[in-house]
Design a protein around this ligand. Structure first.
Ligand code: MGD
Ligand code: MGD
Ligand code: SF4
Ligand code: MO
Length: 714
């Protein structure tokens, strides 16, 4: 380095007047990478840098989203005061004014239309404490049965499949550290390289150790590049493909007979089901050559150890829960679970995608995975909450169905925390109309999102840098997110906001909390004896032991690293196999002459969900400034589409305009559009309203569409 440069850097350094550091965890995906914000004061401005911190799951790694996470938090558009809509315009209000408006509207709606006329819509990006409190808020402060959350659109298929098959749902049955020792790994409908980048070294290590990796995806992605075998399945046919693999395993006697007879129910039914099918049928239905189906069956059955991972590619279909169950059928048929290097992982999505599905935000659920329709569970929780069991509402409906209830006139008001459903729900025009139809909408957010624009009151929430609490990561490890950055201006924590509204409604005595830790201590008791038992977890232990994997029922319990070693969670200790049909029970959007192509949707590395946060980050937004459609060059040629031009994509429900991106990495019959953009690029205008009948998951990953150049007339 020259003298001049050195002098320059020294002078620059001298300008740093003070430096402060703040620990937290990334606000984005389920890896929950631990991080530190370094804030330097340089003359009149502040400079922020984010660095990774060591921890058992991500070992100090960060991806590009984590490194830039602070950018949206300090963005000028961050909400800093409550806003109330007056004559169609948002005006700044005090908390007292906002709370008074909320109280009078909630009371008048509930007096006129009954308690259930108020609904609550929650999120898996909030802490365990807040998810727990939101469930309690709905049932105790509002006494409504209508509560559900955005995780319905995310984890519900996997959760329902694991519950049916194993008797309980913790995303990973094993610790993440076992991945490198597995000999054969199936990655089904997951793009970890872009969606959970800091997990990749575990799979890279497995590969170095000689593992055979199979990826199932209609597109080549940074993840499928890691694989030894890429199955380019036709969208929506994973259940059939898994039947093919099962058929080969069973007919070629590659099953683990001892495991099946000791630990599994229902095998005979599955055997009969696959015997009635032919591999030729499955090949033509799924687009996967028989020889590849055979290869997967042979490799997975014959290697000593094996793991299967699924994510939204398999799960976000109207038969998503059945498709996942069929992958679990494969796992059970060869006995690859409950042992080192053998198990299942549903790759969780949002930061608290695991914890937020356990403690009572779901329509049919009470804390600790208890059920709202189970009399014993109701009695236990009523006692913890100090309410009368008979006053606890019964079960409500799923996230999307709440918008149907608004159209039906059953719901008139909604409190929505940490979600942007106009962009994230299927049939988005219908959802937008529903939100417009509400007589009162309160949105709690960091920004004026597309959905918040329709609110009557917007309340400013704190961010990952400011809001302390626990988050349960992809492994099922409960972690403590330290967060001590001061809240800007009049911003409050989500949990404080709920306590204050409850107080305003005269229910303050049930919400006496002074800190997140106070709430956690009640959650511990509420979850005690439940499936997701957190009783043994304390803030002190989380700090000392760097997180604990649940169930952790007592203070001296070490947490449960590997599940199902000796028994499953059904009452007889056995796992349950149930046969799966090749064809979805709810018809999928079929292609036809008018809509000849499959559309599937998903993510890119630099944006997060509906993009409200990442579109505000200069470094991330610059990587993908707008949406695009991935299309095969042969398909583009057929429909007269040139590269990098605007195209119109239409389904039976609506149309969007995005830029074309020609790529031979995608199937010729399939288009791919990410869902991080709104308005004319909101891909959910195209997605249909049909739901999986078991778990109410929408079919985000399959719509029938047509594509035309946007320059064409008509
Ligand atoms: N960068 C980034 N990371 C994220 C997020 C984000 O928005 N951006 N979101 C987080 C959240 S909440 C979630 S849920 C996860 C999602 O993580 P993933 O589920 O991995 O992400 P997706 O891109 O939705 O879908 C994964 C893959 O499924 C493929 N696919 C589509 N249709 C099918 C099909 O029918 N069968 C099969 N086998 N595959 C199919 C797609 O081509 C895609 O590559 O990511 C988390 N991490
Ligand atoms: N077509 C299609 N649609 C999909 C999917 C798909 O693959 N394809 N994936 C689905 C999946 S998996 C998911 S998880 C959903 C998610 O979709 P959404 O639930 O809409 O999630 P976000 O876009 O993260 O919206 C979160 C909102 O909360 C705000 N926010 C962030 N942090 C906080 C906080 O701490 N407190 C509060 N109060 N607000 C906060 C953000 O500014 C943002 O406005 O989308 C689903 N929709
Ligand atoms: S987005 Fe996920 S992988 Fe990337 S830094 Fe954040 S938590 Fe880690
Ligand atoms: Mo998700």
């Amino acid at each position: 380095m020259t003298e001049m440069l050195l002098k320059y850097f020294r002078t620059k350094q001298n300008h740093v007047e003070s430096e402060k550091t703040y620990d937290s965890q990334c606000p984005f995906c389920s890896m929950q990478c631990k991080m530190q914000l370094i804030e330097q004061s340089i003359v009149t401005r502040k400079k922020y840098t984010t660095v990774g911190l060591d921890n058992p799951t991500t070992q100090g790694r960060l991806c590009v989203k984590g490194i830039n996470a602070h950018q949206h938090t300090f963005h000028k558009d961050r909400l800093k005061y409550p806003l109330i809509k007056v004559n169609g315009e948002f005006v700044r209000a005090t908390w007292e004014e906002a709370l008074a408006v909320i109280k009078s509207n909630i009371q008048s709606i509930q007096e006129r239309h009954g308690k259930d006329a108020m609904a609550v819509y929650g999120s898996a990006s909030i802490t365990n404490e807040e998810a727990y409190l939101l469930g309690k808020f709905a049932r105790v402060a509002l006494q409504t049965k209508y509560i559900d959350y955005n995780g319905r659109l995310c984890m519900s298929s996997a959760a329902s499949a694991a519950t049916q098959t194993f008797g309980m749902d913790r995303g990973f049955t094993n610790s993440i550290s076992e991945i490198p020792s597995s000999r054969c790994i199936i990655l089904a409908g997951t793009n970890i390289a872009e969606c959970q980048p800091t997990i990749m070294p575990y799979f890279e290590k497995a590969k170095e150790n000689g593992a055979y990796i199979i990826a199932i995806d209609p597109r080549e992605t940074a993840t499928t590049k890691l694989a030894d075998l890429h199955i380019k399945v036709k969208p929506g046919t994973d259940a059939a493909f898994a039947n093919g693999v099962l058929k080969v395993i069973i007919e070629e006697q590659l099953t683990n007979e001892h495991f099946i007879s000791e630990r599994v129910n229902g095998f005979e039914e599955v055997r009969e089901n696959v015997t009635s099918m032919t591999l030729e049928e499955i090949e033509s239905f799924s687009g996967v050559p028989i020889e590849q189906i055979r290869k997967v069956a042979h490799r997975f059955a014959k290697e000593e150890t094996g793991m299967i991972f699924t994510a939204r590619g398999v799960e976000q279909h109207t038969d998503g829960s059945a498709a996942v169950r069929n992958f679990l059928n494969i796992l059970l048929s060869v006995g690859k679970i409950g042992k080192p290097g053998c198990g299942y992982g549903a790759i969780t999505g949002q930061g608290n995608g695991q914890g937020a599905r356990e403690h009572g935000q779901k329509a049919d659920q009470l804390p600790g995975y208890r059920l709202i329709e189970n009399e014993d569970h109701r009695a236990y929780i009523a006692k913890v909450w100090g309410v009368n069991e008979a006053e606890l509402p019964r079960k409500g409906v799923s996230a999307y169905e709440m918008f149907e209830k608004i159209h039906d006139g059953d719901i008139s008001g909604m409190l929505l925390m940490c979600s942007n459903p106009i962009v994230s729900n299927p049939n988005a025009h219908f959802v937008e109309e529903a939100l417009q139809k509400l007589s009162f909408l309160v949105v709690v957010d960091l920004f004026v999102s597309e959905t918040a624009r329709l609110a009557d009151v917007i309340l400013p929430a704190s961010s990952y840098l400011e809001d302390e609490g626990t988050m349960t990561n992809v492994e099922g490890r409960v972690t403590l997110r330290e967060a001590s950055y001061p809240c800007p201006e009049e911003v409050k924590h989500d949990w404080q906001i709920l306590c204050e509204i409850a107080q305003e409604l005269g229910k303050g005595k049930y919400f006496p909390f002074e800190s997140a830790e106070d709430i956690f201590n009640e959650l511990r008791i509420a979850s005690k004896g439940g499936i997701a038992d957190y009783y043994g977890v304390t803030y002190e232990r989380l700090r000392e032991e760097k997180g604990l994997l649940w169930p952790c029922p007592t203070l001296d319990h070490k947490g449960t690293v590997r599940l199902f070693e000796n028994s499953f969670a059904h009452s007889d200790g056995k796992a349950k196999m149930v046969s799966v049909s090749n064809v979805a029970p709810v018809s999928k959007d079929e292609v036809c002459e008018e809509f000849p192509l499959y559309l599937t949707t998903g993510r890119v590395m630099s944006h997060y969900l509906t993009g409200v946060q990442t579109r505000k980050s200069a470094s991330l937004a610059a990587r993908n400034v707008e949406s695009h459609v991935e299309i095969h060059p042969a398909t583009a040629l057929k429909y007269g589409i040139r590269d990098e031009t605007l195209v119109k994509i239409a389904s039976r429900r609506g149309s969007i305009v995005v830029r074309s991106k020609l790529s031979d990495s995608i199937r010729q019959d399939t288009l791919f559009v990410p869902f991080h953009w709104a308005n004319s690029q909101n891909v959910n205008f195209l997605v249909g309203k049909e739901l999986d009948p078991t778990c109410r998951m929408p079919g985000f990953k399959l719509s029938a569409v047509k594509i035309t150049s946007a320059m064409d007339v008509g």
